[in-house]
Design a protein around this ligand. Structure first.
Ligand code: NAD
Length: 380
């Protein structure tokens, strides 16, 4: 089959779904690879490097969609792109089917198959295809780098001839994939790191990474766990305790990175305006929940603001795209693993096995029908 990656057309998107390295692996599966000219340029991969890896370069998106059997992308298709999909063609990209029901119905009616990378079940066997995790890991890392870039001091404490420097104090709110990456990065830079999550089971992971878990004194256990390792909304009493604890911490913290999300809901507001007012000038907040409304009251999505008391609040929503080379490498590996499972005989023939939990879970349109939502996976 011919696997093709078009140029991403979403404003500011720098990633690409196929790298020269992933193309080499796809060719080993018996496929041929094609890209639209310039598709990898913003991630640092020139047409010439693709060609050297055996990839055909075509001059336009129309030519790419015309020739490819499988189109691989980062962002879900925009309306103009969706119209180019043909019956029998497969699209593999992020898609967010719950948020895009009309687009999904349209693509299904056109007869295309859609494998949504955001729908890959989060089970052990599928970790290599888990693009939500690979991108969240990058976002967590980059949030710390962004914080450092806006913080006028060292992370690590130093005793120098010119004076003693205290270590930066960092608070990470939410210790899922992005939060744990932010903890690891902050600790490795030498900061003193505290982390909070409503799921008590993450305390051990946080502590094993060299950070301190922020415990609440609460009669019931610190338990916001819902199913599948995700969080549930907190009770009003729990929330009050949590906010009281954050008010205690706010004047001390130099950097706050918030990552708290609850599936299917807007991000919980956890870092309130009065907490920002209590922070020292020069402190930095990076809100990784900005796209879902933000954990901080003052977050403006896609912008960086500085408050009257000198606190920087970063609300960028494109951290993985800001590390396009790394993000493209990991994302294209996730796609390559998905294609390996779709090509079981390594003979360049796609066998779309809807009995396979991972393939079934991620397939949201197939054979002319919408196949979302999937049945629950059989294997945990
Ligand atoms: P997420 O992005 O949905 O949420 C981020 C974090 O915010 C979570 O840890 C959540 O508990 C926390 N949170 C929610 N409300 C909060 C509040 N009020 N205060 C503080 N924290 C709050 O999470 P994620 O990174 O997608 O991970 C979700 C789960 O999936 C985790 O248990 C993770 O280990 C698991 N996971 C499993 C696999 C796998 O097995 N393949 C892969 C990735 C993630």
């Amino acid at each position: 089959m011919k696997i093709g990656a078009p140029k991403e057309i979403f404003e500011g998107e720098n990633r690409v779904a196929m790298t020269p390295e992933s193309a080499v692996q796809l060719i080993k599966l018996g496929h041929a690879c094609v890209i639209e000219t310039g598709a990898g340029a913003k991630a640092g991969f020139s047409d010439a490097v693709y060609q050297a890896a055996g990839v055909e370069v075509v001059p336009s998106a129309a030519a790419l969609y015309e020739t490819a059997d499988v189109v691989v992308k980062v962002r879900g298709p925009e309306a103009d792109e969706a119209r180019l999909l043909r019956s029998g063609q497969t699209l593999i990209s992020f898609f967010w089917p719950a948020q895009n029901p009309d687009l999904l119905a349209q693509v299904a009616a056109q007869g295309a198959t859609v494998v949504a990378m955001d729908m890959v079940p989060r089970i052990s066997r599928a970790q290599k295809m888990d693009a939500l995790s690979s991108m969240a890991n990058i976002a967590g890392y980059r949030a710390v780098i962004e914080a450092g870039n806006n913080f006028g001091r060292f992370f690590t404490g130093q005793v120098t001839a010119a004076g003693k420097v205290p270590p930066a104090k960092v608070l990470i709110v939410g210790a899922g994939v992005a939060g744990l990456a932010a903890i690891g990065t902050s600790v490795s830079l030498g900061a003193i790191v505290n982390a909070f999550d409503v799921r008590p089971e993450v305390a051990e992971q946080i502590e094993s990474m060299g950070a301190s878990f922020v415990f609440l004194e609460f009669e019931e256990k610190q338990d916001g766990a819902a199913t599948g390792g995700y969080a549930a909304p907190s009770s009003p009493e729990f929330r009050e305790k949590q906010l009281a604890k954050f008010r205690e911490l706010a004047p001390e913290m130099d950097i706050v990175i918030t990552t708290a999300l609850i599936p299917g809901r807007p991000a919980p507001k956890l870092w309130t305006e009065d907490m920002v007012a209590m922070m020292k000038p020069g402190s930095v907040i990076v809100d990784l929940a900005a796209e879902r409304g933000g954990n901080c009251d003052l977050t403006v999505p896609d912008q960086k603001i500085v408050t009257e008391n000198g606190v920087t609040v970063v609300g960028y929503t494109d951290f993985p795209s800001r590390m396009a080379a790394q993000a493209s490498t990991l994302y294209s590996n996730n796609i390559r693993h998905m294609l390996a499972d779709l090509t079981p005989k390594k003979d360049g023939v796609i066998a779309h096995n809807m009995e396979d939990d991972v393939i079934r879970g991620a397939t949201v349109a197939h054979a002319g029908a919408v196949t979302y939502p999937p049945p629950p996976p059989k294997v945990a």
